[in-house]
Write a protein that binds this ligand. Sequence first.
Ligand code: ADP
Ligand code: MG
Length: 529
Amino acid sequence: MSSETAEKYKAISPAEFFYKYKEIAGFANPARALYQTVRELVENALDATDSHGILPDIKIVIQRADPVQEFYRVTVEDNGIGIPPDIVPNAFGRVLFSSKYVLKQTRGMYGLGVKMAVLYGQMTTGRPIEVITSKREYRRIYFFKIRIDINKNEPIVLERGSWRKQRDWHGTIVSLTIEGDWGKAKARIKEYVNRTAIVTPYANIVMYTPDNEVVFYKRVIDVMPRPPREVKPHPYGVDLEMLKMIMESSKQPTILEALVENFQSVGEVTARDLLTRAGIDPSISPSSLKEDDLLKLVNVMKTYSQYKPPSSSAISPLGTEVIKAGLNRMFEPEFVEAVTRRPSTYEGHPFIVEAGIAYGGKVPLSEPDKPTTLRYANKIPLLYDEGSDVITSVVKEDIAWENYLVSFPAPIVLLVHVCSTKVPFKGVGKESIADVPEVRREIKLAISEVARRLRGYLTAKQKEFEAQRKVVHLAKYIPEIARSIEVIFSGDGLDREILVKKIVEIISAKTGIPESKINEVLKNVEIGA
Ligand code: ADP
Ligand code: MG
């Protein structure tokens, strides 16, 4: 017999995997877990409202849940679309179950977020998640208490019930009790909510903290970003497995129709062209394609150069009005501007970059070498890993701020938003954006454009300042000149007031400074006796 011990083989469920490696999803310790829980619930709440054209009303309550232990109950309520009762158990109790595995921009994307919080709650306090929900058209409100069976990755419904709706309510209320560390997480959570509020000026967001503090961001506009629409995949983004799945499940009788039906930017002419190039008979059934044919077809599809670019209707930029309203609400600046760039693509994924800039007013002074930069991806604020983000790198290396008349520290806030059906995140943390050349270029163009407008404003301000100085300088002499003329022509009925008026007219005509401005300064000039 060999002395080696036998290997033990075993498969684990997705729930067990994330239970063991909770750090991957941001639940490394009680402080991070509390922050992450608030974040996951708020992002689900926003996805359920603004992505469906509903102006969000979001309420966040964080309470101490135990007199001795550091347990916190986090409750987030939204006025969103609600969840059908037969879906609720899986939505909250099965890891990798989601309504967002479709091609459109959402905050959530992995079908993991809220389940991580449920798992963490289960591990630390043993308490289940509680969900109350109703859709607009329902007559009843549904109530659930759910745990996750970690081995099976299945929901266990501990309690369920429903009651008649008394008023016209729709939305979802989710409550979780987890071990947390409010003291350590406080600053991050507030920062997160604040940054979220900057890009959602169309939302009412209120947060009640364990310190009995109430933070309230009141809605300031009724304009919302255009909700994203689900799109079919673009052929540039296709791979062999994907094509196989699409063709196997396709209901169309011929491969030609299957291509037209399942991809965007592929009409009949293009589809025929693709099939001819791949040497495939357009009338065969899509499910009868051999592996070899599929491979040929994928290669043709990826290298074909005559498609229309990917549609941008699946992405939902904030829009300049929303960005400006958000910056105004938060900073009351003296100058604000924003731009939304035209859609662009990388590797078959559409994306849009937006930038906003706020100057002066209550904008805090920046660091000594760059503007305060607020980074966003798909409307989610990115708070960590600033140093490794392509946005930071563009701000520091690609923009010659002195050309825009800016020297740091300055009261400048710069906002940059990258939105896409696939944001090129660095790693799974979703905290920084990778340096993709196409994206980098758009970021640079967006920032340059708002910086140029700031320069316009600063130039005008500088001119005005100089004009003001000139006026002050000239105005000093006006009474003196008027008096001299009066003395020289004394007795000719010359009135000093009329003389002053004439001189002001002449100065205004020669300098282009409005008379009103000169008169204003004149009021403060001492008139000699
Ligand atoms: P993800 O957000 O990545 O899809 P989650 O685990 O956070 O994953 O949520 C799972 C699913 O539960 C969501 O896709 C959504 O369909 C549903 N859901 C969660 N919270 C809400 C909510 N507040 N309102 C409506 N649906 C929700
Ligand atoms: Mg989510």
